[in-house]
Ligand binder design. Structure first.
Ligand SMILES: Nc1nc(=O)c2c([nH]1)NC[C@@H]1CN(c3ccc(C(=O)N[C@@H](CCC(=O)O)C(=O)O)cc3)C=[N+]21
Length: 285
């Protein structure tokens, strides 16, 4: 059976560094602060929000949450966002996605201040992620995947990676981050033919398709590393990932569970990004 990688162990390491940085800043009377903007009552958003509140409490990092009605107008949404952009006490802004259809993300992504955009909504940060420019912010979930691989001491150079899913939130950015570490990356989407042939010859599988238990045992090379980014609820309402965990864990050398895997690391990265945004904005780098 493969080793089950607990997100908690990875998070602890990140948290220790963050606590020290927050102490240094608070000695200068600087308090890093996160602004969350949530529209409506989406289950995924609320699950993330709860994890964030819990994590930030342990780190002593204040969070302000603005909840807007599902029917909020574009005008009111932009007003709320600009307030956060202009606020001196706010250093990081997280807008939960996806947004309701009537809100125009193409406008919103260009309004959020790139310096405060700690989850990579603004095209400037998307570009910096592709370039590997460390002054930008890659999205938190793909960054969490990289943090886990680094914690496991995996040298990505020359490794074959299969990324299952090509969203702007996970698949595309994680592919860039892997490529920047000289991995050989194949990005799959729902039109990919013979996906098993690709995954079965991969050293590392990143599952981020949003399909419950999509990745089966016979998709996986014996000894592969499997990182499960999926957050789904199955037909019985049970939280599960994109990997058929119970069976795949018999084949993989290392595997992350859901819950208890990538999700918890994502919230730590969110804190890490907020602290870095604060340092960059206040010239404390
Ligand atoms: N701009 C944006 N970025 C996101 O990263 C984003 C988003 N919008 N919208 C919502 C989804 C959902 N999401 C989660 C992340 C961690 C947990 C998490 O920590 N889950 C715990 C379990 C929580 C529980 O048991 O309820 C775990 O996996 O161990 C959950 C959900 C990020 N999302």
């Amino acid at each position: 059976m493969g080793e089950i990688i607990k997100g908690k162990d990875v998070s602890e390491k990140i948290s220790n560094d963050i606590i020290k940085e927050i102490e240094i800043l608070s000695a200068k009377n600087i308090i890093p602060k996160l602004q969350i903007i949530r529209v409506g009552e989406n289950k995924d958003d609320i699950s993330y929000e709860k994890s964030i509140i819990k994590k930030m409490q342990t780190l002593n990092l204040p969070v302000d949450i603005k909840v807007l009605e599902e029917s909020v107008s574009q005008e009111i949404f932009l007003e709320t966002l600009k307030e956060a952009n202009d606020s001196e006490s706010i250093h990081g802004i997280l807008i939960f996605r996806p947004l309701p259809k009537h809100l125009d993300e193409n406008i919103i992504k260009n309004v959020i201040s790139p310096e405060k955009d700690i989850d990579c909504l603004n095209p400037l940060n998307v570009g910096k992620t592709v370039e590997g420019d460390k002054t930008g912010f890659a999205p938190c979930t793909p960054s969490a995947v990289m943090e886990i691989l680094s914690y496991l001491d995996i040298d990505l150079k020359g490794k074959k990676c299969a990324v299952i899913g090509s969203s702007m939130v996970v698949g595309k950015p994680v592919s860039s981050l892997l490529l920047n570490q000289k991995a050989t990356v194949t990005v799959c989407n729902s039109s990919t033919k013979n996906i098993q042939d690709i995954t079965r010859s991969s050293d590392i599988i990143i599952a981020c398709a949003g399909v419950p238990r999509l990745v089966k045992k016979d998709w996986v090379l014996r000894g592969a590393v499997v990182v499960d980014v999926g957050i789904n609820f199955d037909e019985n309402g049970v939280m599960c990932g994109d990997v058929d965990f119970e069976n795949v864990k018999e084949i993989a050398s290392m595997i992350t569970p859901v819950p208890g895997g990538v999700g918890g690391v994502t919230t730590s990265i969110l804190a890490k990004h907020t602290v870095r945004a604060c340092k960059q904005l206040t010239n404390n780098i």
